[in-house]
Design a protein around this ligand. Structure first.
Ligand code: 4NP
Length: 154
């Protein structure tokens, strides 16, 4: 099972989702069965580590994102991954446009499928520190639900 998380820059939300979900998958002993990656629809930050505000907020909860590097999503990702999960509606629209009819991946909003309160992970980039905590809260909760579903599929 291969899961790709996608946001705009691949330096805040989707690397957080990659790090949090990877942590939960490892805790469940499923790291050999579930492959995880993240990417951005944009190319501005390609090659960069996650935003320092994202890294600090994640580290406070025990997630080390320092080894991650941003990449841009590629049309081949719809063939490489089983599940492509977008952080917001704009990401989803961009992914649909890029995809055309390529690949067999399931494509949806991460929180529409697995979230509770909101259907988008709000972009924290231009906001205050609280935005990064909200990103973590939403992603931790949805990651638990995603893991339950994938366990049922394995
Ligand atoms: P992300 O956040 O999509 O969660 O990685 C952003 C990162 C960078 C920008 C916007 C959002 N930016 O405009 O550079």
């Amino acid at each position: 099972m291969r899961v790709l998380f996608v946001c705009l820059g691949n330096i805040c939300r989707s690397p957080t989702a990659e790090g949090v979900f990877r942590h939960k998958v490892r805790q469940a002993g499923l790291e050999d069965l579930i492959e995880i990656d993240s990417a951005g629809t944009g190319d501005w930050h390609v090659g960069k580590a996650p935003d320092p505000r994202t890294r600090v907020a994640a580290m406070r909860r025990g997630y080390d994102l320092s080894s991650l590097r941003a990449r841009q999503v590629d049309v081949l990702d719809f063939s490489r991954f089983d599940l492509v999960l977008a952080m917001d509606h704009a990401n989803l629209a961009d992914l649909r446009r890029l995809r055309g009819s390529a690949g067999t991946a399931e494509l949806d909003l991460f929180l529409r499928r697995y979230g509770a309160a909101l259907d988008e992970v709000p972009d924290p980039y231009y906001g205050g520190e609280g935005g990064f905590e909200q990103v973590l809260d939403l992603i931790e909760q949805a990651s638990d639900a995603l893991l339950v579903e994938l366990k049922g599929r394995l």
